[in-house]
Design a protein around this ligand. Sequence first.
Ligand SMILES: NC(=O)C1=CN([C@@H]2O[C@H](COP(=O)(O)OP(=O)(O)OC[C@H]3O[C@@H](n4cnc5c(N)ncnc54)[C@H](OP(=O)(O)O)[C@@H]3O)[C@@H](O)[C@H]2O)C=CC1
Ligand SMILES: O=C(O)CCC(=O)C(=O)O
Ligand SMILES: [Mg+2]
Length: 405
Amino acid sequence: MSGKAITVNEDGSLNVPESPVIPFIEGDGIGPDIWAVTRKVIDAAVEKCYGGDRKIDWLEVYAGEKAVEKTGEWLPESTLEAIRKYIVAIKGPLTTPVGEGMRSLNVTLRQVLDLYACVRPVRYFQGVVSPVKTPEKVNMVVFRENTEDVYAGIEWQAGSPEADKVIDFLQKEMGADVRDGSGIGIKPISEFGTKRLVRKAIQYAIDQNRSSVTLVHKGNIMKYTEGAFRNWGYELARDEFGDVTISEDEMWEKFDGKQPEGKILIKDRIADAMFQQILLRPDEYSVLAMPNLNGDYMSDALAAQVGGLGMAPGANIGDGYALFEATHGTAPKYAGQDKVNPGSLLLSGVMMLEYLGWQEPVDMIQRALSTTISNKTVTYDLARQMEGATKLSCSAFGDAIIGNM
Ligand SMILES: NC(=O)C1=CN([C@@H]2O[C@H](COP(=O)(O)OP(=O)(O)OC[C@H]3O[C@@H](n4cnc5c(N)ncnc54)[C@H](OP(=O)(O)O)[C@@H]3O)[C@@H](O)[C@H]2O)C=CC1
Ligand SMILES: O=C(O)CCC(=O)C(=O)O
Ligand SMILES: [Mg+2]
């Protein structure tokens, strides 16, 4: 079966051929290990469900260390062209140096392809040992703004002529008290960027029958960026979804604090308080919408509540393209050891199959993964928390999932 490109219909829905070409980036560090398992499990499930009538035609494209090896560039234009051409793609994690060197390739992919919503569902799999008492109460979906905030990459090193120039401007023209010799970073948050993210989050809540959307911000301190995010979020909800949403204030004023049937509750929480809310009262939260940095931090914290980064999937979605990837990074100390949990990238692949409308393999993989965990045949990260577990390698875990299909 030779592959064809997915196309987008006029109404924005996808036209998925029987054999869609899907570009993949293997990734750095643990990327090759978890990608090999993800691909094998997805192919097995698609084959078992459709018996050859449907099949993914995988196309390798390069980014990161392998791209440098193959092409001399970190992110070749041909990779971006392939994702634009084939619409849906999946990637392993890519390394970003700390405090020096090139900017994040992960962030660059999101910005260049305008994948403005980072969508990270967090749910509990029965049998996983968690550091909290009631992990089954965690069922949240993070919508993280993916193109703005301090991730915009507008920053200058301390002592550079650019940083000194900005400091001079801030001191002389703006009357701001900035210490000489500081490093400078800029935090842009726009009405456009906020509203399209919150629109996607509310639309998701409507489509998935979710009870609330919480805007998570630090708007008491960063009034005109994070505070504006909150205000624009409420405004969008009122203006575009007024008939199906209700704010917390309105709920108290008109309904004595009881959420009326058929209305999605729009609320907001200040980010620091929200970190304790997700631990103490997780069942009160469903869809969360937040600026980039808050979403980055909260994704990993939520992942920990349901057993760790090994089971944390995600997707970067725009109005044009979608690029699926795990929440975690390259975990360099485990690179090439066939050791880590491939669950996060596999579940990102499951999100991708769902995005294509291939529900049968979605259900099959989720069931098989649940069985494998219930059987206590798991990778090191889950095994170290479970009593009586059999510790499997990354690849053996993948084979166990296939065996349980
Ligand atoms: N989207 C992307 O591509 C991302 C890239 N990165 C990049 O990755 C690099 C490393 O970042 P780092 O901060 O170490 O974060 P990582 O997410 O790579 O790893 C942190 C820890 O999380 C646990 N972990 C991560 N993945 C798995 C897995 N599949 N199975 C089991 N456990 C896992 C491990 O915990 P333990 O040690 O307890 O076993 C690991 O040491 C950096 O260059 C960073 O910039 C980071 C995040 C996202
Ligand atoms: O791009 C990176 O290296 C880190 C990004 C990250 O942590 C994330 O997107 O969650
Ligand atoms: Mg992160």
